[in-house]
Design a protein around this ligand. Structure first.
Ligand code: ZN
Length: 285
């Protein structure tokens, strides 16, 4: 099952059509995504037999973020060994967790104003939490994940590394720095929920370059492990997001470093989900 938002309302997405859940359920189910995720079992049961006759044509650019207003956005640093190595660190013993403040979350197709500094790409798989819970054991952690979506953990590296010790979160939270979408896909809809491929590409002045590619099977802390470890401390709430880390190939570890420039377009694709498209513009002051 694929779900997302259209005009801020929860929709089921099938092919290029979207079905408004609240309308099609005769008002039994809510239009608000977080309210629906709190009753996720009920939504799933209804969706299994939903009549798609009322679905309307939709494009990726029309869809909003799968969760427009998450209350908690967790993000994980150094969750792939080659990326930890390129960043000059050994693999961590426990997940390194920071936040992207929720005001940075957007939908899949956007224009992002580049703030002053060095803006870098980080393609990531993002877990969308369903009803949530506290101290979720790993054995039932996948059941707590309502869906997976594609994300970019856009990062301004000067702000990220400012100070000693550095704090990550502000440099990763400029407006538009958390694109997500185009839909979230339930874990059961993947051939293997623990091994999903993804890739990002940069379009720049007529050239097309692959930036990063990877598979979720390469994570140091897999998605169910992250859910268990984070929920051991923070109760997870309906619609919370977990950005699960990026593989090798970020711009600031290149020689010479390479950052995003105005006019470039970053395309990020998650197998079975779809793609994000961010075009970058000069900063607006
Ligand atoms: Zn990241």
């Amino acid at each position: 099952m694929r779900f997302g938002t259209l005009d801020g309302r929860l929709v089921l997405v099938s092919g290029d059509r979207a079905l408004d859940v609240a309308t099609a359920s005769g008002g039994v189910l809510p239009s608000d995504v977080r309210a629906a995720l709190a009753r996720w079992d009920e939504v799933r049961a209804w969706a299994a037999t939903a009549d798609l006759a009322g679905a309307v044509p939709v494009t990726g650019a029309q869809l909003g973020p799968p969760v427009p207003d998450p209350r908690q956005v967790f993000a994980v640093a150094l969750n792939y060994r080659p990326h930890a190595a390129e960043a000059g660190f050994t693999a961590p013993d426990a997940p390194l967790v920071f936040t992207k403040f929720p005001s940075c979350i957007t939908g899949p197709v956007t224009t992002v104003a580049l703030p002053p500094g060095n803006v870098d790409w980080e393609i990531e798989v993002v877990a969308v939490i369903g009803a949530g819970g506290h101290r979720i054991p790993r054995s039932s952690a996948w059941a707590a994940v309502a869906g997976l979506t594609c994300g970019q953990d856009l990062s301004e590296r000067l702000t990220q590394s400012q100070g000693k010790p550095a704090q990550f979160s502000l440099g990763k939270s400029f407006p538009g720095f958390g694109p997500t979408g185009p839909v979230a896909v339930t874990p059961d809809a993947f051939p293997d929920r623990d091994d999903i491929g993804f890739e990002s590409t940069l379009l720049s002045g007529g050239t097309r370059e692959t930036l990063q590619s990877g598979r979720t099977a390469e994570m140091i802390f897999p998605i169910d492990d992250l859910v268990a470890r984070i929920s051991a401390i923070c109760p997870l709430l309906p619609g919370d997001l977990i950005f699960t880390g990026t593989p090798a190939g970020v711009g600031n570890r290149r020689t010479p470093p390479r950052f995003l420039r105005p006019g470039e377009t970053l395309i990020s694709r998650l197998d079975g989900v779809g793609e994000l498209r961010q075009t970058f513009a000069a900063h607006d002051g």
